[in-house]
Design a protein around this ligand. Structure first.
Ligand SMILES: [Zn+2]
Length: 232
């Protein structure tokens, strides 16, 4: 039987490693995993570097991190950092990718978050990607009348996913025990040196964060998601 496919759609290099790389490390033996990174973080604060150089650094960091987790498929869309919008043009790119890769399971930012109680989680790119993925799943990906040229001239077919795991969520309903892979998670995160290079006690911060997530379920370290099953 063909392996199930998992597609993780993120806004920036490092999003996947902060939010769900532990789950990917656990799943990568049985499932085929793809990362799509919509921007290459080109507005990152790198003194004296050009945009092109920043893109190169951040993509390399993400590829290295994916390698540690055992994920071979990393796709960069190179949309402008900080400027993502849930437009028809952007949704078409998401819909095309889903029709090409045909994932069973999708991972995306939770578009239902509305607490605005912390800064990083609510980056406008995170909100835009979450909404664009949600709006692509329904009604577009499975309906041949949306972006019909995918079907008529690009040889793609409509596709439906089975389930969605929203990460960075305020409303989790599933916890994955990542205790076995916490060191791998941290090792992959450390690849994003341009982002976390000078953070003090980074390892302690990550361990505390995932220990807090797991506490309620009596897991030493966990990642949590809001899982939504698509109606059959
Ligand atoms: Zn981000």
């Amino acid at each position: 039987m063909a392996k199930e496919k998992v597609l993780v759609i993120t806004a920036h290099p490092d999003d996947v490693d902060f939010s769900c790389n532990g789950t990917m490390a656990l799943w990568n033996k049985d499932k085929e995993i793809y990362y799509v990174v919509c921007t290459s973080g080109d507005k990152g604060n790198h003194l004296g570097k050009t945009k092109k150089e920043i893109i190169k650094i951040r993509e390399e960091e993400q590829k290295e991190a994916a390698d540690i987790i055992g994920v071979k498929n990393v796709i960069f869309l190179r949309e402008p950092d900080g400027e993502l919008d849930n437009t028809k043009k952007f949704r078409e790119k998401i819909v095309r990718l889903i029709r090409e890769i045909k994932p069973d399971i999708l991972f995306a930012f939770d578009p239902s978050n509305n607490k605005f109680d912390q800064i990083y989680k609510y980056h406008p790119d995170h909100r835009a990607v979450g909404l664009a993925v949600y709006d692509s799943i329904y009604p577009a990906i499975g309906n041949r009348n949306f972006f019909p040229h995918h079907i008529l001239s690009e040889g793609l077919e409509p596709h439906e996913v089975k389930e969605i795991y929203f990460y960075g969520t305020d409303y989790p309903n599933i916890w994955i025990d990542i205790t076995k892979v916490i060191d791998l998670k941290i090792k992959a995160l450390k690849c994003h040196e341009s982002q976390i290079g000078n953070r003090k006690n980074f390892e302690g911060f990550i361990k505390e964060r995932h220990s807090n997530i797991g506490k309620e379920k009596k897991m030493k370290y966990a990642e949590c998601f809001r899982r939504l099953e698509m109606p059959k």
